[in-house]
Design a protein around this ligand. Structure first.
Ligand code: NAD
Ligand code: AKB
Length: 318
């Protein structure tokens, strides 16, 4: 990759680690990290170029992309599911307004655009187990509505204007670098923090509620591999199902107990986030991603648990 890369929403859970990886792969000066405001994440704001950028401001985004001669944008700025239900108008403005601006600029300035979708693009009427690549998509959250609309809009810009749009439907992501930003799957990150801090966790998601989850390194591998894949082989450009593990809180607790036998899991279920979780699939069929660009995850539940506990122990001891 010769041109520069721009990341929006770069100080979020994914952006923090994506920027660090892209800078390692392509050179620090070639990766421009942007977000709405500066946060205390020096690994991103001081490890290479960082700019303030509101993705709802098309003019500012266009000027920055032209000035920096950007060839690829990873568009991560978004409002996630739980926050979205409290601020639906903001979720629409950022998720759809920001994506529309990015797509229009990609058409005008000819850069490649990666946009993540989510398991949230599915709803209660979707087949819940091994959800197929192409199936019913009738989500009942504003976040999910913006994800389906975003997938379709990215397809449209590719077919109508030949914009190089690509994307995956991400499961809940589990990571130790930056905290998650207000989603439904966040419990699966918090459980590891509390395992280290208190050796116990009170889950807002009920036992027996299965959702797909993935360790961050696998998700970032998917981003980079999809953007480097041969475009001639991509049939489902913008919304590849990808999967690594389907788990409920009990399974994560069992995995933690392999390393911390006294770990205690309790429940204080939050009806709002529980309802969202129940509307999403239990597990996705990711065979299209495997066939079209060789997707395969490296982390299963126990490998992820071991890594999370080890890394958080170091981090929280500081
Ligand atoms: P996050 O909430 O951690 O980060 C989003 C970032 O966007 C934040 O740093 C926030 O400041 C920024 N932002 C919000 N409004 C903005 C605006 N108007 N202009 C510029 N920046 C703005 O989210 P994340 O987990 O890093 O998610 C990134 C993308 O991946 C989103 O599209 C999300 O839907 C998708 N995704 C994430 C997960 C997950 O588990 N983390 C799962 C599925 C899909
Ligand atoms: C959320 O829970 O909102 C996100 C997602 C799965 O899209 N983590």
């Amino acid at each position: 990759m010769k041109e520069k890369i721009l990341v929006t929403g770069a100080l979020g859970q994914i952006g923090t680690e994506l920027v660090m990886l892209l800078r390692k792969l392509y050179g620090a000066e070639r990766v421009v990290a942007t977000d709405l405001e500066r946060k205390d994440l020096p690994q991103v704001t001081e490890g290479g170029p960082f700019e303030i950028l509101d993705v709802t401001d098309k003019q500012a985004m266009g000027e920055l992309i032209a000035r920096e001669k950007i060839g690829t944008v990873y568009h991560l700025a978004a409002i996630l599911s739980a926050v979205g239900e409290h601020r639906p108008q903001l979720a629409w403005a950022v998720n759809m307004g920001g994506l529309y601006n990015a797509l229009e600029l990609a058409r005008e300035q000819n850069f490649a655009l990666f946009t993540p979708s989510s398991i949230a693009c599915f709803g209660p009427s979707t087949p819940a187990d091994q959800t197929p690549q192409e199936t019913i998509q009738r989500p009942n959250t504003i976040y999910g509505v913006t994800k389906v609309a975003g997938e379709l809009l990215c397809d449209y810009y590719h077919e109508r204007f030949n914009v190089d749009t690509r994307g995956v439907r991400l499961p809940g992501l589990i990571s130790h670098e930056a905290l998650p930003g207000g989603g439904t799957t966040d419990y699966a990150v918090h459980i590891y923090y509390d395992a280290i801090k208190k050796n116990s966790y009170s889950s807002y998601i009920a036992a027996g509620t299965y959702m797909d989850m993935m360790y961050m390194d696998d998700a970032l591998k998917a981003f980079v591999e999809l953007m480097e894949a041969d475009p001639a082989k991509l049939i489902h450009r913008n919304a590849f199902n990808i999967a690594a593990m389907s788990v409920d809180p009990e399974m994560i607790a069992e995995s933690i107990r392999k390393f911390r036998p006294d770990f205690v899991l309790e429940y204080d279920v939050d009806p709002e986030r529980q309802a969202i979780a129940e509307s999403w699939p239990n597990s996705l069929d990711d065979s299209a991603a495997r066939a079209e660009w060789g997707w395969s995850p490296d982390y299963d539940l126990d490998r992820m648990t071991e890594t999370m506990l080890r890394e958080l122990e170091k981090k929280l001891a500081k």
